[in-house]
Design a protein around this ligand. Structure first.
Ligand code: GDP
Length: 444
């Protein structure tokens, strides 16, 4: 998970201060020392860390904490607010022009994820805002770049404007915008060329495309895993082009998070989106406040709800609830639930958004991978309809047949049967509780 190490360190630090009825200057000193080390270890720019710590120190010994009834918690709130500010404060959305087409130019070094992000962003904007995008292939240097964008376009069923690799990128960009006007596309995403390093020729070409197309957004795509290099790249691009936003990719693989925490403070350019995987829907709008909560172990319930709303069918959810209440929940329903949860994204990431999830014992080692879920699905699919509704009839010979049919082992079949039984038992208990004390939340 992104920010994993930083989150662990900070949560460890705050455990000591959370319940304190009085926070002394020595407590603050100790805490800021630990926060400082944690941030440096997460590869946050040292100057950014220094300013950050100074602000925390100032506020932590100030009136708002001293006068508070729960000073320990107040200090943590100060850190959360400052972390939010550090990452840009408010969410920064993609700016849409009121004179379509909106022109979005994507820039960045090779391998940062520019072409993939072009597809992801277009997909996002079409889904969320019902816009009609056009993709423009202006990387004429990397041999497979045009083909890659065309493949993305056909996966997404979206038009791609290309003129091969003989025309100049400036000309292609200009004509793409004209074509978008003609075809009534609301938004054009220009996928530009990257290089291995920032160089003058590249910058000049990008400046010319900017001049020719007057983009509404110039978005830099950077790889979070390159840490402070990503921040330096952002500074160079910003100086020459004047960026309007950053998409930070590969945050799914970045356990440190230093670049994501430094880029706004160093360049003044906000992160607008983060890439959380290779798939075309693995793009999230960046909410500084929610991210700060995630880092401090307070969870991110809002994102979780949004993900659920986007993927879970409401009718089906109601039906499922009824089944749970009447105890008629079968393996078929289990399969259905599994696929809905799976659509929300990788399970460990979803669990990471639940408040306090990191405190549940063993949660950290709970790596539920796709392969494991695949096995569960295969086992259920190998059951007969009678077995799915009444698992009690599954005897030794049936188990053997199911294991063979699903390409798994008898142990795995046993494990799933036990889990299902436990789950039903738990549901029964929960239902019993809600019946007895109607007003009380059974999860408390
Ligand atoms: P470009 O050279 O900047 O156009 O980079 P590409 O779009 O070709 O991406 C380079 C590699 O990074 C590809 O293998 C992508 O699948 C991968 N990639 C892009 N974004 C993400 C992300 O958010 N997470 C992960 N894990 N991989 C990504």
């Amino acid at each position: 998970m992104a920010f994993e190490n930083l989150a662990d360190r900070l949560q460890e630090t705050f455990k000591k201060i959370r319940g304190k009825g009085k926070v002394s200057e020595a407590d603050v000193k100790q805490m800021t020392r630990e926060v400082r080390l944690a941030l440096l270890e997460a590869d946050v720019n040292f100057k950014v860390v220094k300013d950050f710590i100074n602000r925390i120190k100032e506020r932590a010994v100030g009136q708002e904490v001293l006068k508070s009834l729960t000073p320990g918690q107040q200090v943590i709130k100060v850190v959360q607010e400052e972390l939010t500010t550090l990452m840009g404060g408010e969410q920064s959305k993609l700016h849409m022009s009121n004179k379509p087409p909106t022109v979005v130019m994507l820039v960045g070094l090779q391998g940062a994820g520019k072409t993939t992000t072009t597809g992801k962003l277009a997909n996002y904007i079409r889904k969320q805002q019902n816009k009609k995008p056009l993709l423009a292939a202006c990387d004429i240097y990397r041999p497979a770049a045009i083909k890659q964008l065309q493949t993305l376009g056909s996966q997404l069923d979206m038009p791609v404007f290309a003129m091969g690799d003989k025309e100049s990128p400036v000309e292609i960009a200009k004509q793409a915008v004209a074509k978008a006007k003609e075809d009534h596309n609301d938004i054009v995403f220009i996928d530009t060329a990257g290089r291995l390093h920032v160089d003058d020729a590249l910058m000049e070409e990008l400046e010319n495309i900017k001049e020719a197309t007057q983009p509404d957004e110039i978005i830099l795509v950077v790889d979070a895993m390159t840490g402070q290099d990503a921040v330096n790249v952002a500074e160079s691009f910003n100086e020459r082009l004047g960026l309007t936003g950053v998409v930070m990719t590969k945050l799914d693989g970045d356990t440190r998070g230093g670049a994501a925490l430094s880029v706004k403070a160093v360049t003044g350019t906000p992160i607008k989106f983060v890439g959380m995987g290779e798939k075309l829907d693995a793009l999230e709008p960046f909410h500084p406040e929610r991210m700060a909560s995630r880092i401090l172990g307070m969870g991110d319930v809002l994102t979780l709800i949004e993900k659920a709303q986007a993927t879970v069918d409401e009718e089906k959810a109601k039906e499922m609830e009824k089944k749970m209440r009447t105890m008629s929940f079968t393996f078929d329903d289990f399969l259905e639930q599994l696929s809905q949860v799976r659509n929300m994204g990788p399970l460990d990431e979803i669990l990471g958004m639940m408040p306090g999830a990191n405190k549940i014992k063993g949660m950290k080692n709970l790596k539920i991978d796709d392969k494991q879920i695949g096995h569960i699905e295969a086992i259920i699919r190998s059951m007969t309809p009678a077995e799915k509704t009444d698992p009690d009839i599954i005897n030794a010979s049936r188990k053997k047949r199911i294991a063979n049919g699903s390409g798994t082992s008898i142990q795995e079949v046993n494990r799933l049967l036990k889990q299902f039984k436990d789950m039903k038992k738990m549901m029964k208990q929960m239902m019993g509780m809600t019946k007895g004390k109607k007003k009380k939340n059974p999860f408390n």
